[in-house]
Design a protein around this ligand. Sequence first.
Ligand SMILES: [Ca+2]
Length: 241
Amino acid sequence: MRNQLRRSALAVAVAVAGPIAVATAEVIIDANFDQPGAKLTDAPSPVGKVSCWTGPEGKVLGQATLAANGDGQAMTLSNNAHPASIAPVIEIDWRETSAANTSEPLTIAYSFMVPVDGEYLSTHFFGDGWDNAAVVLIFENGKIQLQYGERAARLDVGNYAVNKWVDVRVTLDGERKAATLYLDGKKAANAVPWQTNAKPVAHVSVIANQRPVSRDGVEMLRIDNVRVETGAVATTRPSDS
Ligand SMILES: [Ca+2]
């Protein structure tokens, strides 16, 4: 009897002191641009920001501004770049936090809209560029593709309509070097391998239209509800877009 009691007490102690799976989600960036006087760099943590690269010194390729969008505001990017090969870029940056730098999954989400009717190309690098981004999301002429894995394989993941928001959500699994993509809350690519040369991801670059079309200050993209957090977040959260 006494032994049994001791065992029960021990079991309780083990249950309390044992490893407990705690969700350690850390929000790195959460920007919906809706606050009065919102700035491009708004983010809740000191480790992340959203900004715009407008071109090399002395050459302005475009600009990002906040525009009314439903009940709130969204970031718009206009482009007046020539030649076609260079364009302004929305940069979503965070420092290589403990999470970003380890194998912990990372989820990057944003709402994206193409306001251009006609020839269009916007590339979204989850990482540094064509060669060593983990994956690249491509909005081109009505189609959405995901570049991944070896030899720049591309997967058709959906279509977009002009002036219609698309909710993008990418979960990067650094341990398995795999990426899962959700479009409008639906799984569009499941655990595809990262590109071969991929490095740990600490920024996303969303590049404006690189197609050779007239760009005299024309709006090229809208982006809203930018959110970066640790953990594999699969559910769609309420959107203000
Ligand atoms: Ca907003």
